[in-house]
Write a protein that binds this ligand. Sequence first.
Ligand code: AVI
Length: 338
Amino acid sequence: MQHAPREVSSDRLTVRRLAGAGADASFAEDARRGLTSDPKSIPPKYFYDALGSQLFEAICLLPEYYLTRAEGEIFERSAAEIVEEAASGSRLVLVELGSGSASKTRRVIDAVLARQAGLTYVPVDISPSALEASAHALLGVYERLTVAAYAGDYDSALPHLSENFAAGTRALVLFLGSNIGNFDRGGARDFMRRLRDALREGDALLLGADLKKDAAVLEAAYDDALGITAAFNLNVLARANRELGADFDLRSFRHVAVYDDVEGRVEMHLESTREQTVNLSALGTSIGFRAGERIHTENSYKYSPAELSALAGAAGFALKRTWLDEAGRFSSNLLVAV
Ligand code: AVI
């Protein structure tokens, strides 16, 4: 369990804790529901405790996980252009959903600060530890930055975004790294509609989306040779041991990542390698597993350019422009709220 203050405040930093921050209370409830369902599942948001967030940072450095580097390459080449198109002559407020370490964000912040005197940056992340660490790091680097951070899930943060939208500004919302891919297709559209409702006409969304491609490339990206993604996946069971008094034997589950090209998604599962019973003392229950039975832990949906344009339109945005990395693996899409 993470212990962070409910609210942190200083001259240039506020951190507000909203529902879902650290996700401690709901983990028990969601684990009970998911592990007693058929097929079994655990929602992917529970990957991101302090250790899980660090493991995800490590994934982003892996040779097989091209997504982060491809998006970084786009920003290196085109951040100034992206910011110029999003601002359309106005002063920007920068929002980031799922900010994590905010390392790619620096290129965008540099580009914004090159065209205006100061900037309010509004990061939203479920992990209070990742949020506070990245906010402090950014404030140390950028003197002209103010950070208004929200620790919580996206939906709890949406009603708060407009608190930071001064008159005459435009919001640029960053939703990077293919985070949209962790929603199913209907969920992605519904979430983007709710996001649209939290914005003003003319505000912009930079949507980072991974593109459909060869299954072998995708499966390697989610099952790396070093086993970091396997550790990231298994950590959700370790977290259940730590926080829910469970006794998962991590060595009796194996990481599985498969691309389903009909659904256009990489699925991650944890497969029980033997018949076993796991006790979850905080839930007062035990769960039986057959040999080969899986817990579905994540979907990562991949998009075609046509699907991205349709998604934008269905959610109340117009797709203004798309940038691709050199190898054409990843897309950064600038959407404008209409
Ligand atoms: C955070 N999200 C976009 C990552 C993805 O690619 O779906 C999470 C991840 N899962 C395994 N590797 C990375």
